[in-house]
Design a protein around this ligand. Structure first.
Ligand SMILES: NC(=O)C1=CN([C@@H]2O[C@H](COP(=O)(O)OP(=O)(O)OC[C@H]3O[C@@H](n4cnc5c(N)ncnc54)[C@H](OP(=O)(O)O)[C@@H]3O)[C@@H](O)[C@H]2O)C=CC1
Ligand SMILES: O=C(O)CCC(=O)C(=O)O
Length: 421
């Protein structure tokens, strides 16, 4: 089990390195520059501990990778997952550097994680875990240093515990040190749905370019958590037909459509969307290769790879998760003429929402919900248009290459100006 997990998670790093070296070639970067670009500035490993109700101490490993600060303080989420490794966190922090650069946010890239299965912890244990993680890391965090946010299996409650612990330990009242907070403690109204709003908006922009519009298009979404569920909601509101959804237990496909509200109710009442009352049950593997117009992987990395890329039937893929397609899958999709909207663009609504929250905290809290939505949408539209223009200019490259070449070039320019490379 341990070995399989190592292979899987080591490969996100390998995949990101392959993707970066393709960009290096295109931009004419030297090996030394690539070495510097891919090496995180600092990786902190911490021992995180929780005392269970039986008085026994449980021990976990956590990390924070601070990849690159050429464009500003490190910014990126924290995930709790049993497969988290140092390599995975480094890879995810590097992706945050490109994402923040592509969106022209005043941030570098960071990411954190704890190797833990949160479903096995009580709420009180999760609170201890979160507070202990920040206790070990607080010297390296702050609104001008490194700003964590939610990711897989973490949420606004986690951020409230982080903030409270940070405040106690640092003696600073610095609400902008964390984003994705509850509205009651400096969060903004859009934060829960910023990422899903962004994914659906980008899917609509891509559908307009590649499929003639979003209305009536069939959509399959893998993962029905924060990102997947809000993506389903907004796409349904746009007139797309969500025909497949899934969670870790499996999926369900109904060609007549899966209603968002009903799926949410099923998830709430039965704990899994696989109990949706109509359609047929499928495995996650089957879901990814089922007939649809738009496929949106919104769960974990490396789910579309050399082994299944040729079986994917979607006409457009939108990467809501981080790293759902491997570098090999990219090559297959390019050869098959299936456009892939890359993660650093498709799921960037989350970090743009975080930026609005951070700036709002810095300014003293004046942003209303509609204004926040507008700010998120305008940033995404600009990044999408820039990416699309570059895609047309490069003519023989895919959307990932287009977006990464813009993002990496900006980081390189900043590093050169600062004398870092
Ligand atoms: N939260 C955010 O703002 C952002 C998240 N992302 C990325 O989006 C993805 C999802 O994040 P988020 O929605 O926050 O996470 P959540 O924890 O809220 O939801 C994850 C979803 O994926 C499902 N899932 C987990 N493991 C698997 C698996 N092995 N196979 C199939 N489904 C699985 C979960 O099922 P179950 O509930 O049954 O465990 C759940 O439905 C991640 O890649 C994350 O990095 C990117 C940008 C921002
Ligand atoms: O909101 C943020 O700071 C980052 C969210 C995140 O982790 C991501 O975009 O992958």
């Amino acid at each position: 089990m341990q070995e399989v997990q190592q292979v899987l998670t080591a490969s996100l790093y390998t995949q990101q390195m392959k993707k970066l070296s393709r960009i290096g070639e295109l931009l004419g970067l030297s090996n030394e520059e690539l070495e510097s670009l891919s090496t995180p500035e600092r990786v902190i490993q911490v021992k995180v501990q929780v005392v269970g109700p039986d008085g026994k101490v449980k021990t976990y490993i956590g990390w924070r990778s601070q990849h690159n600060s050429a464009l500003g303080p490190y910014k990126g989420g924290v995930r709790y997952h049993p497969n988290v490794t140092q390599d995975e966190v480094i890879a995810l922090s590097m992706m945050m550097t490109w994402k923040n650069s592509l969106l022209q946010l005043p941030y570098g890239g960071g990411k954190g994680g704890i190797r833990v299965d949160p479903s096995k912890l009580t709420r009180a244990e999760l609170e201890q875990l979160s507070r202990n993680y920040v206790e070990k890391l607080h010297k390296y965090l702050g609104s001008e240093v490194d700003i964590p946010a939610p990711d897989l299996n973490t949420n606004s409650q986690t951020m409230a515990w982080f903030l409270d612990e940070y405040t106690k330990l640092s003696g600073k009242i610095d609400f902008a040190a964390f984003t994705g907070k509850p509205y009651e403690v400096g969060g903004i109204q859009t934060r829960n749905y910023s990422t899903g709003l962004g994914v659906s908006a980008v899917a609509r922009m891509a559908a307009k370019k590649f499929l003639g519009g979003i209305e009536g298009k069939t959509v399959i979404i893998q993962g029905f958590g924060n990102v997947g569920s809000f993506t389903a909601k907004f796409l349904q509101e746009m007139g797309a037909i969500v025909i497949g959804v899934s969670d870790v237990k499996g999926g369900v496909i109904d060609p007549k459509g899966i209603d968002y509200e009903r799926a949410m109710a099923v998830e709430r009442e039965k704990g899994t969307v696989t109990e949706y009352p109509t359609g047929r049950k499928v495995t996650n593997e089957q879901l990814l290769v089922s007939e649809c117009d738009i496929l949106i992987p919104a769960a974990i990395e490396n789910v579309i790879h050399k082994g299944n890329a040729n079986q994917v039937k979607a006409k457009l893929i939108v990467e809501a998760a981080n790293g759902p397609l491997t570098a090999d899958a990219d090559i297959v999709m390019k050869a098959r003429g299936i456009p892939v909207v890359p993660d650093i663009l498709a799921n960037s609504g989350g970090v743009v929402g975080s930026y609005v929250e951070w700036a709002n905290n810095k300014m003293g809290g004046i942003v209303e919900e509609e204004e926040a939505k507008k700010l998120i949408m305008s940033r995404l539209e600009k990044a999408f248009e820039e990416t699309y223009k570059m895609y047309e200019k490069l003519s023989d490259q895919d959307l990932r290459t287009a977006s990464m070449s813009i993002a990496v070039q900006r980081v390189v320019n900043a590093m050169r100006m600062r004398g870092l490379i």
